[in-house]
Write a protein of this length. Structure first.
Length: 336
């Protein structure tokens, strides 16, 4: 299980939120990303975090599943107008909406999973409003590890990558994956493809299956996806081809038992839970929070389900690489 024990705070405004008045209800509103509930990945992780907040913190959580872009903004606005104790937007596409609403509702805490930090004309990061927590992950570090694992297990020395939207955030996954593959197997080949250039690319399993089948037919024997529910099509292609796939964001083994080598996991559930806990305890502060291997924010799955698929010497090598990244001896690229 992925546990996020600590968060590295890169930017914090000086003042924190006051805890809710004694006896008041802790109300949390969560708006899901494209693909919604049931993606077995990113959104489901946020849902699990909300459920945990209900069980352990006594929060009342309201979930909204938007349709198009206007639904997304109106969903956030509705929650803010209802006086929620915390409003959470799940996914980078919420960044502009969250920034605007945080300015309009300065007394409401907001949190953005994978919030995209803007830059000014000089190229300097623009900090989010003081009531907005930008919860970001160093996906490239976890992707480096699954890339190394794929290269070490591959029998054809040819591995694949299927991304959702062709966008800088998903490039982080590919960049880390490529670096991990090449670190342990310089002669390995990597085939990379994207499902599209709009957020709809994250919810097109048919396209995911089409891309994966093409890669498997070209000799790829392991594919890593970073494509939301589009990745479910990659898993179907793996089953059909008798090849392997790597899941993302959550442990996706159960989506295709025996065909999922591992999953690159992100602590989306814990990030949602922690943001809720900060509000409850009066410790919520806006700023940019980065979660990587060192903080336990990303990782990979190695358990009773996939242990037989990963030779002991391969697991030991990947664990060694993990420690080298944490120690700063390996710098993982986050751009292509």
């Amino acid at each position: 299980m992925l546990l996020v024990a600590h968060v590295a705070l890169l930017f914090v405004r000086p003042s924190g939120a006051e805890p809710p008045p004694a006896g008041s209800v802790l109300k949390v509103g969560i708006v899901f990303d494209v693909g919604g509930r049931g993606d077995k990945s990113f959104n489901d992780g946020a849902y699990l975090g909300g459920q945990r907040a209900e069980r352990e913190l006594g929060a009342h959580v309201r979930f909204i599943e938007p349709g198009d872009g206007s639904d997304r903004e109106s969903g956030l606005r509705l929650l803010a107008a209802e006086g929620m104790s915390l409003v959470v937007g799940v996914g980078f596409i919420f960044s502009d909406d969250l920034t605007q609403l945080a300015k309009e509702y300065p007394n409401t805490p907001f949190a953005g999973i994978d919030y995209s930090v803007g830059v000014d004309r000089a190229g300097n990061p623009i900090p989010p409003p003081p009531n907005l927590a930008a919860l970001k992950f160093r996906e490239e570090e976890g992707s480096f590890l699954v890339g190394a694992l794929a290269a070490l297990v591959s029998k054809t020395h040819k591995v694949g990558f299927v991304g959702g939207m062709n966008f800088p955030l998903i490039h982080k996954f590919e960049a880390g994956y490529r670096a991990g593959v090449k670190h342990v197997c310089p002669r390995c080949a990597i085939i990379s493809q994207y499902a599209g250039v709009t957020p709809e690319a994250f919810r097109n399993p048919g396209r995911g299956k089409e891309l994966a089948l093409s890669q498997y037919q070209q000799g790829v024997d392991i594919i890593y996806h970073a494509a939301g529910s589009t990745g479910l099509g990659v898993f179907e292609a793996a089953r059909q081809s008798g090849k392997l796939a790597i899941g993302v964001d959550a442990d996706q083994y159960q989506e295709a038992p025996g065909y999922i080598l591992t999953s690159m996991v992100k602590g989306v559930d814990v990030a949602v839970y922690d943001a809720t806990r900060w509000v409850k305890e009066g410790r919520f502060k806006g700023g940019v929070y980065q979660l990587g291997l060192k903080e336990g924010g990303v990782g990979y799955v190695y358990d009773e389900h996939n242990r037989a698929m990963i030779p002991p010497d391969v697991h030991a090598r990947v664990e060694q690489l993990k420690q080298e990244i944490i120690a700063g001896r390996i710098k993982v690229p986050d751009t292509l």
